[in-house]
Ligand binder design. Structure first.
Ligand code: GLN
Length: 483
């Protein structure tokens, strides 16, 4: 891994000077020793895990790829990092991202873009965003796996475009303590790895209740969900849903073709395919791009150059513009755009028309999923342990589906040069479209994973498996069927 870190340095997966070869070697010798004695701390003892640079670590700066945090070093590590270390994993370094997680191509970074391993720069493609550094570090074997955050698709899209597996667990399963917030109600820590099994190994280490994050589920709720799951009618074959609203005419033909091929092969294995409907899908993307910037505008208010963030040079003439100058100078264009958008949609004149409506759409998106899955939402039940709460037909078979399979992205990764050129297709809102398949699961807090499937006219395409809230293990099992 360390050799690969040197070889691929120029691709910008890591934020410079955050990987520490000496300490990595020291830790891996200690882990080797434990393995020799037959007492490894966990299945990932001694493995190098890269950390997205919006997750706090004490030994490296945490910059969120922003000018404003270039000098920030957190006095504590995030719970997920502590858990990895306790399991013997070694921090491989901090990975590059779109500033504060805002973007879909990992180009909105003060460090410069993350680049795919093309031989000539004209052939370099987007690695997806915002966790492009974590995805590229994993695909080029600079680490065993990487932690990343997913607010509207930032684990899954880069996984799809780098040929890796990207798992976003249900909201509330993994602690966000020590993760720099973009949009708290959507932010989820996920894992990027080269196989479903590796992603699960890391997930098993980082999940669990954290008293420091009140949005993580308590142990009691976790056992109630497990009880609820244990009442599900057992069937070795999956009922797989295909939402008709996801058959978009803009979907790239290769992705469409391989989606169909995978469904055919799953049918041959005995699983059944069902056309389903998620009618609010069309409004989900717009709702996300109202809600996420609204939360971001509130979260980023603290980077005013006094409480947090880099201070703008003093302007003696106008001392009262320090806050706006600090933000104006030290945030990139996309972050400034989101703050403006969010401040507007939360303002008293626009609130009802935008923020409140988007919240209603979010609820409809959640309702859509609840209509489609056989298992009811475990937290919306009055009595979780009541088996009759699971909708079944006269044979005891579930009437809804177990999982949904969709593409992860609309397109194959675009050339980086096409993102830079100033033309109509480069309108910033165009980049939002790439999140159309990932945002609905984020709005509903559902577990979702992107799995690479081989493709004959491109390297691979990413397909996404989405499950009911709390059904993370089934989503991982189903993902294995696609590998
Ligand atoms: N591309 C989306 C955005 O810019 C998703 C980002 C994310 O999941 N962090 O908001």
């Amino acid at each position: 891994c360390l050799k690969n870190q040197l070889e691929y340095q120029h691709l910008g997966a890591f934020v410079p000077s955050t990987s520490n070869a000496e300490s990595v070697l020291e830790h891996s010798w200690a882990a080797d020793e434990r393995h020799r004695n037959g007492s490894p701390l966990s299945t990932i003892d001694g493995q190098l895990v890269a950390i997205k640079d919006n997750i706090c670590t004490t030994h490296q700066p945490t910059t969120c790829a922003s000018e404003t945090l270039q000098a920030f070093r957190s006095p504590f590590s995030a719970t997920v990092v502590e858990r990895l270390k306790a399991a013997g994993a070694i921090v491989a370094g901090k990975t590059n991202l779109d500033e504060f997680g805002m973007g879909s191509h990992s180009v909105n970074s003060v460090q410069g873009p993350v680049k795919s391993p093309g031989t000539i720069s004209a052939s370099q493609r987007s690695v997806g965003g915002s966790s492009g550094g974590s995805a590229l570090a994993t695909s080029t074997r600079q680490c065993f796996a990487a932690l990343a955050t997913d607010t509207g698709g930032s684990v899954r899209l880069p996984a799809a475009w780098t040929g890796t597996v990207g798992f976003k667990p249900s909201y509330g399963i993994v602690s966000r303590w020590g993760v720099v917030a973009y949009a708290n109600s959507l932010d989820t820590v996920g894992v990027i790895a080269r196989s479903v099994e590796a992603a699960k190994q890391v997930y098993d280490v980082i999940k669990g209740h954290d008293p420091r994050d009140p949005t993580t589920m308590s142990s009691l709720t976790r056992s109630r969900i497990n009880l609820h799951l244990s009442h599900r009618p057992r069937n070795e074959h999956l009922r797989i849903g295909i939402p008709r609203e996801y058959l978009l005419k803009e979907l790239h033909p290769s992705i469409h073709k391989h989606w169909s091929l995978v469904l055919q092969s799953l049918r041959r294995k005995g699983h059944s395919i069902h056309l389903t409907s998620l009618p609010t899908t069309k409004a989900a993307l717009a709702a996300y791009y109202v809600l996420a910037p609204a939360e971001a505008s509130s979260n980023l208010a603290k980077f005013d150059g006094v409480r947090y963030g880099k201070k703008a040079p003093n302007d003696r003439e106008k001392p009262n513009v320090l806050f706006s100058n600090s933000r104006g100078h030290n945030f990139g264009a996309e972050v400034r755009r989101r703050i403006l958008l969010g401040s507007y949609t939360l303002s008293s004149t626009a609130m009802d028309n935008y923020f409140v409506r988007a919240q209603k759409v979010r609820r409809l998106v959640q309702d859509d999923f609840n209509q489609v899955f056989a298992m009811k939402h475990p937290l919306l039940q009055h009595r979780q342990e009541d088996p009759s709460s699971i909708s079944t037909d006269e044979n005891g078979e579930g009437t809804g589906v177990d999982i949904i399979i969709t593409p992860t992205s609309l397109n194959l990764p675009p050339l980086l040069s096409s993102l830079r050129s100033h033309n109509k297709t480069n309108d910033p809102t165009n980049q939002f479209q790439e999140d159309v398949y990932t945002v609905p699961a984020s709005l509903a807090g559902l577990p979702a994973i992107s799995v690479p499937v081989p493709c004959n006219d491109w390297q691979q395409v990413g397909l996404q498996v989405v499950g009911q809230y709390g059904d993370d293990e089934l989503v991982l099992d189903a993902a294995r069927e696609l590998e």
